[in-house]
Design a protein around this ligand. Sequence first.
Ligand code: TXA
Ligand code: MG
Length: 357
Amino acid sequence: METITVKIRQDAESFTPREEEALQQAGRVIQNGGLAAFPTETVYGLGGDALDRESSRKIYAAKGRPQDNPLIVHICRFEDLEKIVSRVPEEAVKIAEAFWPGPLTMILEKSQRVPPETTGGLETVAVRFPSHKAAQKIIQYAGGFVAAPSANASGKPSPTLAKYVAEDLEGRIDMIVDGGQVGIGLESTIIDLTVHPPQILRPGYITKEMLDQVLGHVDMDVGILGAHGGQAPRAPGMKYRHYAPLGELVIVEGEPELAADYINRQTAADRIKGEKTGVIGTREFLDRYHADVVKCVGSREDEAGIARCLYRILREFDEENVTKIYSESFVCSGFGQAIMNRLLKAAGHRVVRLPGP
Ligand code: TXA
Ligand code: MG
């Protein structure tokens, strides 16, 4: 299959006739049962018609994704929510008012219109109304209901640039809309509204504190930070070893100065064993490291910047055949919780905790 790629301007709020034509074309591809990848404010998504079982099957096949891992249905109007869920609870209205369109996915009881292929056989459905203007247009042109997992091959970090979509899916999908670098860089927050209190199944840019403010109190799925004796996370997709670089990644927790010393001792020893070594470091400590490949993930002061860089950096270590990678650790609250959640998964939960000073 030939994959057509069309460029649009990054984060455009309105579109030139040529761009509008490209968005229409992507919508048509999806409506006709094909697959088109497009940017959202979080990561690139791989879109197919959410109400068509054959399209959902194609998505799983293109990504090499396990069939029990349900897809998120993307909408472009709040009113469309009631067509795909059996009931819109009051909590859904409240958080939609606060955070939609935006990087938040709600789990609700599904309606008959959503085929089991889209929800991995579950009776619930994940729904998101993205804020990205091009994504909204594509969803509209596609008929209003677009199933879109992250547009990576299963097991790879989610794509934050169109070139990574092409690397993983070229020849396997009909179209890629290249809208440059995405804004947030980590996938949406997922909140399950079918349980009481509502539960966060995947941390993201919309934090627990923000959801607590609107809903009174929400829980955090204890499986997601891996702190609870290996209890499995509840979102089916969170149990897979996602976001993983090919090299072995270890997170080093402790005072940054001590962590840098530890990492330097380790990389020196690894190098003697023939490993190609890498470090994920922050700007503040970057010049301390002596590894073969040292990547700057941004400033410790700027969580949004770290989130935006993380997946690109993980992919770059693969491109450079780095076999042993060490990362600094980050504060595990607010948006930092999402960063640490993805980093821990990429590391397969390998963490070294250094003793305090
Ligand atoms: O930011 C995002 O959410 C991106 C962009 C493209 O919108 N999409 C995305 O989709 O991250 P995906 O398929 O890579 O991740 C969806 C996650 C998986 O962990 C899946 O198991 C979970 O959502 N999920 C989907 N439906 C669910 C359901 N009914 N119950 C529990 N978890 C569900
Ligand atoms: Mg994904």
